[in-house]
Design a protein around this ligand. Structure first.
Ligand code: GLC
Length: 462
């Protein structure tokens, strides 16, 4: 079992690998431009303009975290991760260490505390996304890679990292915009804020740091105009403080520490599905894919190619079938609401989960001896010793499970949605097929169960 081959990490991954499904929330000033959370960088919007437009008009008057928490809980999610601060530097809580926070915008409120309370009251664990990047802080070194002021640097041919075009030098006046900036003071600010987050909001189950960029071979790692990684964030110091304050908290692999998994507890593939159990140095690790409904993380009004409920359910199943989690993102709008497109999908996922969460919670990749049939995904519950066969497309009357393991070990099979028996193959039909040896064939109803996006067969093993 791959599960038992995962090398232990400092944080507590046991709940995480059981719960499998969480809600990501990207919310901040960028909900107002409503055209991507990177808008400040993509369009190189000057601080003054960004703040006059968005900071001074941020007033989410319909914000009701109880409704958010209800939507997540009903969808079957067991934890949430919210952007306490994204790359634009704006903070959702009343931090002592900055003025750039919701309490000073027209909103006038700490938005984080009631959110944590609402989600906890429904039994969801708390996770904080916290941006390492900060395009607002006066000590953060302006870099060529993605900083919103990069065009004010002297012209240089440097490839961008993240979203948005490369620096052009178009707004360079000759002045050194990094004069007086001190990245180590920024690193201290990062620690001060993380200390607040870990001491003032109760148990924090995950800290989702984002992100490091140190891929520029032509420049030293500590030249922060080009590279930002462990030196820029003083990740070691940050890490030690975190492990002292909340030793069990889970960390992402984005701090660029010189340790296994960059000092984190899990890998974080985003915007793409891994094709197999995620490995590091040939060893399976704990992992979580984070995915969007439509592409952008923050609220994007005009993005219209949203994934269907069935696609999203399939993504969740796909993660679990490879031993991973899914963190599915919503980008609430500037009124403080999760828009209807997201709510509809969450509701649909919830309908499926009500009947099928047995194939998700506590489940993982099936043992190798069970070959997965075409157009299917398998998950496995080790304690209950049950296999779950997810049928992504409905077969013609029968599903064939080939291999000794099925033939020898399946004791009973049923559709999970209504616990109705799936019987074996009768001789008459068998005579029309040329099945390989050791094939367990299950007979299915003519039509797939009504209203079930992905039908599941529960196989009780001996
Ligand atoms: C990226 C992006 C970002 C998003 C994050 C989620 O690294 O910078 O906007 O918050 O991924 O994983």
């Amino acid at each position: 079992m791959l599960e038992t081959q995962i090398a232990p990490t400092p944080g507590d991954t046991s709940w995480f690998r059981h719960d499998r499904f969480g809600l990501f929330i990207h919310w901040g000033l960028y909900a107002l431009p409503a055209r991507h959370e990177w808008v400040k960088s993509m369009e190189c919007i000057p601080d003054g303009i960004y703040d006059r437009r968005y900071f001074e008009h941020f007033d989410p008057d319909l914000y009701d975290p109880q409704r958010w928490a209800a939507a997540a809980a009903n969808a079957g999610m067991k934890y949430f991760v919210v952007t306490t601060k994204h790359h634009d530097g704006f903070c959702l809580w009343d931090s002592k260490h900055t003025d750039y926070k919701s309490t000073n915008s027209p909103c006038g409120k700490d938005l984080l505390r009631p959110m944590v309370d609402a989600f906890s009251s429904r039994g969801l664990r708390t996770g904080f996304y916290h941006s390492l990047l900060d395009w607002h802080h006066p000590d953060y070194i302006v870099d060529y890679k993605n900083h919103s002021r990069r065009n004010e640097l002297p012209p240089a041919d440097v490839p961008p990292v993240g979203m948005g075009p490369a620096a052009t030098g178009a707004n360079h006046t000759g002045a050194d915009i990094n004069a007086g900036r001190d990245q180590s003071r920024y690193a201290a600010y990062l620690r001060d804020q993380v200390r607040e987050l870990l001491t003032e909001f109760g148990d924090v189950s995950a800290l989702w740091f984002d992100f490091s960029f140190v891929r520029d071979p032509d420049h030293p790692r500590d030249d922060f105009v080009y590279n930002k990684g462990r030196e820029a964030w003083q990740s070691e110091k940050l890490y030690e403080m975190i492990r002292e304050l909340q030793p069990n908290v889970l960390l992402t692999d984005r701090l660029d520490l010189d340790r296994h998994l960059s000092g984190g507890d899990f890998k974080t593939p985003e915007q793409a599905q891994p094709t197999q159990w995620v490995e590091v140095d040939g060893q399976p690790v704990t992992w979580e894919a984070c995915q969007t409904f439509s592409g952008s993380w923050g609220y994007y009004r005009d993005e219209h190619d949203w994934r269907s409920t069935k696609q999203l359910i399939t993504t969740l199943i796909d993660c679990v079938s490879k031993g991973g989690n899914l963190l599915l993102n919503v980008g609430p709008n500037g009124r403080g609401e999760i828009d209807q497109r997201a709510l509809d999908r969450l509701e649909g996922i919830g309908r499926w989960m009500r009947l099928h969460s047995r194939s998700i919670y506590g489940c993982t990749q099936a043992p190798d001896e069970f070959a997965c049939p075409r157009d299917c995904r398998l998950t496995y519950h080790p304690e209950k010793n049950r296999l779950y066969l997810h049928l992504l497309s409905w077969p013609y009357k029968f599903v064939h499970l080939t291999g000794r393991a099925y033939a020898d070990r399946v004791e009973y099979a049923q559709l999970l949605n209504d616990a109705s028996e799936c019987r074996g193959l009768d001789e008459w039909h068998a005579s029309h097929l040329q099945l390989p040896e050791h094939t367990l064939t299950l007979a299915l109803p003519q039509r797939e169960p009504e209203g079930v996006e992905v039908p599941v067969i529960e196989l009780f093993l001996r």
